[in-house]
Design a binder for this molecule. Structure first.
Ligand SMILES: *Cc1c(COP(=O)(O)O)cnc(C)c1O
Length: 216
């Protein structure tokens, strides 16, 4: 598939859901993809990208940013506190805030720098032991804490369990966001982004459907 195909499918999904065209942000997930594939997608005009490791992003994005204006980078993988400084220097948005300790570190960095990336709280909607994210019953408390730190919290993010039907997870996330007065919903990947858009996604994270399967 190509970027154009995915963009067309996204526009159709927006239309079918009664959403305004362009209201959903397409994050092209470039993790592990060879640089020539990333460059091809940049050449086609895409400017919003997702990476799941700080170090990988640091390794390649500065060179692309020197050549292409207007790039926006989103961190979609787990963030260790000791990588927080590098993350806030590199990323325009962080989708994986899932504990108070990390939020406290991000708040300290925001005070120091006078700015912060947009933040999403990651929710482990399937309560999977191996998965990052705050458990559903801890979401409201963490949202309150993150707001209390003065951080720019824009929404919630989830990755449904691989074997589960995604829609109930997307609806759960939308309900949690609504009751907390949050408008951002980062949900939907290559296999389920149309379902996510129907459930209210504002940010979809699509990797292999744009770039091809990950080689690494
Ligand atoms: C890799 C990844 C994606 C993209 O997955 P695809 O199935 O390739 O679209 C989206 N979100 C997160 C958090 C990821 O780690």
């Amino acid at each position: 598939m190509t970027l154009a195909t995915i963009t067309d499918r996204l526009r159709a999904a927006e239309r079918n859901a009664g959403r305004a065209p362009g209201s959903v942000t397409l994050i092209a997930v470039s993790k592990v993809q060879p640089p020539e594939r990333v460059e091809a997608v940049l050449d086609q005009g895409q400017r919003v990208f997702g990476e799941n490791r700080v170090q990988e992003a640091q390794g390649r994005w500065p060179a692309f940013q020197a050549r292409f204006a207007g790039i926006s980078l989103h961190l979609i993988g787990p963030l260790q506190t000791n990588k927080a400084r590098a993350a806030v220097e590199m990323f325009d948005a962080i989708h994986t805030v899932d504990r108070l300790k990390l939020a406290t570190t991000l708040a300290r960095l925001a005070d120091e720098r006078g700015q912060s990336p947009d933040l999403f709280v990651q929710v482990n909607t399937g309560a999977e032991p191996q998965k990052a994210g705050v458990l559903p019953d801890g979401v409201d408390a963490l949202v309150t804490e993150v707001r209390g730190l003065g951080l720019p919290l824009v929404g919630l993010m989830c990755i449904p369990p691989a074997e589960a039907a995604p829609a109930p997870h997307f609806r759960m996330l939308a309900e949690m966001a609504a009751r907390n007065g949050l408008t951002g919903l980062s949900m939907g990947m290559s296999d389920d982004f149309e379902t996510a858009v129907a459930c209210g996604a504002t940010h979809i994270r699509v990797g292999s459907a744009i770039f091809g399967s990950r080689v690494g």
